[in-house]
Design a protein. Structure first.
Length: 547
């Protein structure tokens, strides 16, 4: 009987131990949250008094050895205690003129099942008596302060963990659009930790963090390796730009005349395969490597990936005259800095503005600059309509043009900025206005052309022009990435994300949605082959018919 009782107690003890045991991912996910929270909330960490990155690297081996919830929780408790007492200053008064945007804010994880009640109480006390600062986000904002990520060894597991914790918490507390990601950021944390731990070399690490960055669903996000920059002599490029339409890639612009002529390619040619892979297969491969707010931008970014490589010879399948033709093409390093020597007049010089038929003005917003605005106004002020082509990136001309278009000053955008005194919360700002009291404002129709190339300043400028009251947006979904960009520069790579939230004055979102066209029109393969600008043609039709 005693043997049976002893066996029963042994089984029970093993069951209890197994129940309390925690996985490596659980430990690291919880540590990431605590480390990040203390980095921005604890007065003696947030003010830079401690080398917080170094402390994490010192604690990771202890955390790795913890087998149970109790052991793990005690490590975190002692870590907090070692920082010293936090002065009690609660309640912290919130200024009456501050209106919070709380859709990103969530500290409910304080009650994590891995944490002791004592640890949860410590975290709550720190929140209520958190670090206070007058710092505001702006051009001088340094998101990587109190840390040095240039000397990290990405071959080392703990160095990778440190970098990932830093990045995850930057997004957690300071990315304004976390609440509209497709996937919960907590889930990305749990999914990514095993990948970060199991990296096989530096290049593999870059792939992992590139995939993490795609979860932001933010068209502003780019990921550039300095060793594989666009000037890398080993990179090769297709001598044309393309657009994906209906799972086919159609050539829209020749970038290197002599190379295009040598391979007998022209605008309107349709590409169905590259190196024996269909366009659908290729876009699927890049799904986790291109960050975009919406599908049109993803396809646009995927084109850039498809049309670059490291091989001189590339197999291309074309659809010509209803027949599939395969040929081996030679790709060259002609892009950007080397492109001019090949172009030989391939591109015509673009006009800043011009008068079209039927007394309609046209302005290329990607070319015109503030100094050109007075001449543009003089030339086009008597037209019955002006088409502002913003399928590009403007040059800061919104102010001068808005004064011409508007009869009154109008508010066109409001913003959310991170509150560094309450990380995770954002503050609404008063926003931006454009236009002025002007009885001689433009009285004709205002047309703005937009597409997926219209991003950030282009979208913001379109919002400004919409206040004129006689504005019609024609085209297709824009990039859906508006607001100042937060740049993250490291020794071997660079990335970024949108740092400020941008909304219409009534609170409507622009991120991911973009500027919604009043009349939607997209280019077609047939239209490109016929040399038409279908979006501009639709705008001209609207001017004449009002429909």
């Amino acid at each position: 009987m005693k043997k049976v009782a002893l066996l029963f107690l042994l089984v029970c003890s093993q069951t209890i131990f197994s129940f309390n045991k925690i996985t490596e991912t659980e430990k690291l996910a919880a540590t990431c949250k605590v480390w990040g929270f203390l980095k921005y909330y604890h007065p003696k960490v947030a003010n830079g008094q401690t080398d917080w990155d170094k402390q994490l690297l010192e604690k990771l081996p202890l955390i790795d050895k913890a087998q149970t919830k109790e052991e793990f929780s005690l490590i975190l408790e002692n870590w907090i205690d070692d920082l010293g007492a936090v002065e009690e200053i609660a309640p912290i008064a919130i200024p009456k003129d501050v209106k919070f945007f709380d859709k990103n804010f969530d500290l409910s994880w304080f009650n994590n099942k891995l944490f002791s009640k004592k640890l949860s109480k410590k975290l709550k006390f720190i929140e209520e008596n958190r670090f206070q600062t007058d710092e505001e986000i702006g051009p001088g904002y340094n998101p990587l302060k109190n840390g040095n990520y240039f000397k990290l060894n990405y071959e080392d597991k703990n160095s990778r963990v440190l970098w990932f914790f830093m990045y995850w918490n930057l997004v957690e507390y300071f990315f304004p659009y976390k609440y509209i990601m497709d996937q919960k950021w907590d889930l990305t944390l749990n999914e990514s930790i095993p990948a970060v731990l199991n990296v096989k070399g530096e290049d593999d690490f870059y792939k992992v963090i590139r995939k993490v960055s795609t979860k932001l669903n933010d068209s502003h996000v780019e990921f550039a390796l300095y060793k594989n920059s666009i000037f890398d002599e080993s990179r090769r490029f297709f001598p044309a730009d393309c657009k994906i339409i209906d799972n086919k890639m159609v050539i829209t612009e020749i970038l290197a005349d002599s190379l295009a002529q040598a391979d007998d390619i022209k605008v309107g040619d349709v590409i169905t395969k590259v190196n024996n892979k269909t366009i659908a297969e290729l876009t699927s491969e890049y799904r986790d490597l291109c960050t975009a707010s919406n599908e049109p931008v993803f396809l646009n970014k995927a084109v850039r990936k498809i049309l670059t490589g490291y091989s001189d010879s590339v197999e291309i399948e074309f659809l010509k005259d209803g027949k599939l033709i395969s040929k081996s093409m030679r790709w060259y390093n002609y892009h950007d800095s080397h492109r001019n020597e090949f172009k030989k007049g391939a591109q015509k010089k673009k006009e800043r503005f011009k008068l079209l038929d039927n007394n309609i003005g046209y302005v290329d917003m990607g070319v015109i600059k503030p100094k050109n605005i007075p001449d543009m106004i003089e030339a086009l002020k008597s037209t019955k309509a002006i088409v502002f082509d913003m399928r590009n990136y403007p040059n800061g001309t919104y102010y001068e043009i808005a004064n011409f278009l508007n009869a009154h000053e109008e508010k066109f955008a409001i913003y959310t900025h991170p509150d560094f005194s309450y990380p995770g919360k954002f503050k609404w700002t008063k926003g931006s206005t454009c236009g002025s009291e002007n009885k001689d404002n433009y009285k004709g129709k205002v047309i703005v052309l937009l597409n997926e190339e219209s991003m950030s300043q282009a979208e913001w400028t379109a919002m400004c022009f919409q206040t004129a009251g006689n504005t019609t947006i024609i085209g297709s979904q824009t990039a859906g990435a508006d607001g100042n960009v937060t740049e993250l520069d490291f020794a071997t790579f660079h990335t970024r994300y949108t740092g400020v939230g941008v909304y219409y004055p009534d609170g409507r979102e622009t991120q991911r949605v973009g500027i919604v066209p009043d009349i939607e029109i997209k280019p077609t393969i047939l239209g490109i082959q016929q040399g038409k600008d279908e979006v501009l043609e639709r705008a001209l039709l609207y001017v004449e018919t009002g429909k």
